[in-house]
Design a protein around this ligand. Structure first.
Ligand code: HPA
Ligand code: MG
Length: 226
């Protein structure tokens, strides 16, 4: 378990594994904001594929948690797009199904990255009061799990308030030797140990306004370094 290339598949083997040699798509095959064109290497996961995979995750969540009231905890800032699209899909499924999920959406703002490196600490920037999660069915929604430290730290803070249930959905899981082996309950894609941006994932607050998930190049890293 754990380690590059040795990640066990997520819950029920259900995630898309992107191999180390996946080259992505050439930038000029897609529409991208002009201001980022020289900063990116490739389109790694096109927006449409993210949407289709999110629809399937919503269906899995609906199957498991249908007929419950859940509190969706969106981890800001990177999780906002995935969370919005996931909630929208769950709502649509719930409308057209016997099972009905009622949802409430809360937010927590965390930061653990500077440039393309983890800072080893999880900061609860909004100082959110997690006590409101006491007794609730909580679904944490994250953009990416890399080392697993941020998620473990958040989970241990929430567990103090005795929620009824906690599940975690992450759009991406990174194969990295720094992983502590943590696996979310629902995951969209397992990706190699690369720094990705777009679809709300940032590099020092840049690239959130990019629809596709892309790989940043050295020019981009240098241009937006802090
Ligand atoms: N991109 C953006 N944020 C991140 C990443 C990444 O690849 N890994 C962990 N946080
Ligand atoms: Mg995140």
């Amino acid at each position: 378990m754990g380690g590059a290339g040795a990640l066990e598949p997520c819950a029920e083997n259900k995630l898309v594994v992107i191999p180390d040699d996946w080259p992505g798509y050439k930038l000029d095959l897609f529409v991208l904001p002009q201001h980022y064109c020289e900063d990116l290497k490739c389109v790694y996961i096109p927006h449409g594929v993210i949407m289709d995979r999110t629809e399937r995750l919503a269906k899995n969540i609906m199957n498991d948690l249908g007929d419950n009231h859940i509190t969706v905890l969106c981890v800001l800032k990177g999780g906002y797009k995935f969370c919005a699209d996931l909630v929208e899909n769950i709502k649509n499924l719930s409308r057209n199904s016997e099972k009905c999920i009622s949802m409430r959406v809360e937010f927590v703002r965390l930061r653990s990255y500077r440039n393309d490196q983890s800072t080893n600490e999880m900061q609860n920037l909004g100082g959110e009061d997690l006590s409101k999660l006491a007794g609730r069915n909580v679904l944490i929604v994250e953009d990416i799990i890399s080392t697993g430290r941020t998620m473990k730290s958040l989970l241990s803070q929430i567990e103090k308030y005795n929620p009824k249930m906690i599940k975690v959905a992450s759009l991406l899981v990174k194969r990295t030797p720094l992983s502590d082996g943590y696996k979310p309950d629902y995951a969209g894609f397992e990706i190699p140990n690369l720094f990705v941006v777009g679809y709300a994932l940032d590099y020092n607050e840049h690239f959130r306004d990019l629809n596709h998930i892309c790989i940043i190049n050295e020019i981009g890293k240098e241009k937006y370094k802090v």
